[in-house]
Ligand binder design. Structure first.
Ligand SMILES: [Zn+2]
Length: 241
């Protein structure tokens, strides 16, 4: 058991969700000196391509590329993520151990049921993690903010993060998943995410949200609360309209 604490913890339903949704932002935070971690809920064992062992190796390589301090897997069944007490306790245990200020997680409306259930499970567990009488042997901790990243379906973002300098590294982290994404050398069957146009769509989306903010590439995020700014001039006085 590690005594590691992190600033930012990104949850994914499957290994590669975090890289797709917020890989550029996670890398940016690491470069800015923040400690980052990734926790995958499942091993992705129901994927049409690749084995669990391959997926672990790929996830480890992607984490290294994004300069993530720590990555672990909660081994909740793939295609069967349930928001039940057993799984909430798993999430609470890791939140209380890593004690992040910010938690990144999938947006709750999505194509993949696992992403929907993961979002609900993590949202509730992060709240309950602040209640001392739940699992009282572990010191309570509630992250300050939940930050939802985009999976398949789009939403109107609360803010976007400029990843123009980080986009190339995000792509490298995605390419580490040789069994999952576009790879003409892979002999297995084609899937939704392994097609060439899926990887192109990753780029188009980053360009689209970047374009709207006046930068080259950006990742969109949603938070439920208002964000109060103090020093608005340097934030608003940048990029173009
Ligand atoms: Zn996924």
């Amino acid at each position: 058991m590690t005594s590691l604490q992190v600033d930012v913890l990104a949850f994914g339903a499957h290994p590669d969700d975090v890289e797709l949704g917020c890989g550029g932002t996670l890398f940016k935070l690491a470069r800015q000196g923040y400690q980052t971690a990734i926790v995958d809920l499942t091993e992705g064992e129901m994927a049409s391509r690749g084995t669990v062992e391959e997926r672990y190796r790929e996830a480890e390589e992607a984490a290294r590329i994004l300069q993530v301090t720590h990555r672990e897997n909660l081994k909740i069944p793939d295609a069967g993520i349930e928001n039940n007490e057993f799984n909430r306790h798993k999430v609470i245990e890791v939140v209380r151990r890593l004690r992040p200020s910010l938690v990144f997680l999938p947006y709750p409306r999505d194509r993949h049921p696992d992403h929907i259930h993961a979002s609900q499970l993590i949202t509730e567990a992060c709240f309950y993690s602040g209640l001392a009488k739940i699992l009282p042997h572990l010191s309570a901790h509630r992250p300050r903010r939940l930050v939802y990243y985009m999976c398949t379906y789009e939403f109107e973002p609360t803010f976007v993060v400029d990843i123009s300098q980080e986009f190339e590294t995000k792509l490298k982290a995605l390419q580490a998943y040789r069994s999952q994404f576009y790879n003409p050398d892979w002999p297995g069957q084609q899937t939704f995410v392994s097609s060439r146009w899926f990887m192109e769509a990753v780029e188009f989306r980053a360009r689209h949200f970047g374009y709207k903010a006046g930068v080259e590439y950006a990742e969109p995020f949603y938070v439920r609360e208002s964000i109060a700014l103090n020093d608005i001039f340097p934030i608003l006085n940048q990029n173009r309209m």
